[in-house]
Write a protein that binds this ligand. Sequence first.
Ligand code: NAD
Length: 482
Amino acid sequence: MKRILNYIDGNFCEPISGSWIDNIAPATGKVYSQIPDSGAADVENAYQAAAKAFPGWSTTSYTERSRIMSRLADLIGENLEALALAESIDNGKPVSLAKTVDIPRAESNIRFYATAIMHFSSEAHIMENAAVNYTNRKPIGVVGCISPWNLPLYLFTWKIAPALASGNCVVAKPSEVTPMTAFMLSELCTKAGLPKGVFNIVHGLGTKAGDAIISHPEIKAISFTGGTATGAYIASKAAPMFKKLSLELGGKNPNIIFDDCDFDRMLTTTVHSSFANQGQICLCGSRIFVQRGIYDRFKAAFVEKVSRMVPGHPQNPDTKFGALVSKPHMEKVLEYIELAKSEGGTVLCGGTKFDPADDELKGGYYVLPTVIEGLHYACRTNQEEIFGPVVTITPFDTDEEVLVMANSVKYGLSATVWTTDLNRAHKFSGQLETGIVWVNCWLVRDLRTPFGGVKASGVGREGGFEALHFFTEPQNVCIQLH
Ligand code: NAD
């Protein structure tokens, strides 16, 4: 059985405890590898390695850091096929999605920050005839990066790339549910020539290895992506230690469809924005609001398209809809479907577990894409994050009415708006309580823009140069002019 190893001080090492956690392939439900069950002692070793490497890395020239990171980006691109296959096996997502989205975007993350650091500058403020102020942006030191399972390598690199580019050394933990591509990345880091100790990966449970990272007194910043409850816990532990915190958390995103939209374009994208990665993208639109004039037409066309989406073997290149990430997650999603029914919802398609004909897939975690109507916008199904292939559809009459529904949740990650009325697009977008609004599109991403949510979807948003700011401490130097 393949064993994933920790990556500490440039070495591949077993957990100090000697214990291992089974890693299950969601497509089959079978154990296919093991990961270290790391704890505080492993995190301490990773911290010591990072602290030792910090003086060298933080004073390495921008050009040299950029060169090493660009080489790492190249290596991700050169290993696209192998990484995409590994991510599909680990996560249950269609290999085609991993190949076109996850891995290319992981490469882009590294390349973006490898080049951004070359253009990074800090501010100067001149007080006429009195003084000159300039801002020194210094790397923080050793920082912690913790990522979730849904877009494993993409979100892992989203955290570590700005941290490394700005001169920090990193102790990172990928999700224990999907550790494989982070392990492969550590091999690529060695090949790219990243100095020992600059980047360390400790695998293991959130409550053990993750907790040791966030509680470590010398790890001065935490960049976390994951669930809102975990984010709240991390904030409660890290804030009293005055750590810098970036928390990218859950969502319950509205998809608002006005009757003047380009119907065909909207329909194609809405199927995708609802069910890509089996609905397990934090930016998926799970609450679809449709203006009454086109509600029946939308409902018929949407349900017809969704009913034709049948889960398939994630590693088959033609599969568009794969397995959910784990058994507990599948059970949670199925419970929410039952809740929706008890709240008065009508299941228009899907609504059940799917049993594949292929014997190999019998133990896998498959749920049919599910569309539900007839629910009040304030019910639990419409307020709580399900994070699976379940969407609700709800008619509305006016802009004012749908705005109330869209903003009614505690979350504020993203929204999608479909309209051809430019004035409405601007006005309505500005009134939405979300960090991101996509108008007539979805998941289009420019890495220079801020990314992340408001309300319970997160704080300390990163994106473009903001992430380089997050991972540096500003110091003002004031020189009086005589
Ligand atoms: P999770 O919160 O369970 O776990 C995320 C990471 O935190 C994992 O690596 C886990 O091991 C670690 N962790 C768990 N408990 C911890 C603790 N006590 N201390 C330190 N680390 C701990 O989330 P998940 O189930 O892996 O991911 C799904 C969630 O992530 C969803 O809520 C989704 O919306 C959210 N998400 C948000 C974004 C975003 O950009 N806002 C992107 C992707 C996913």
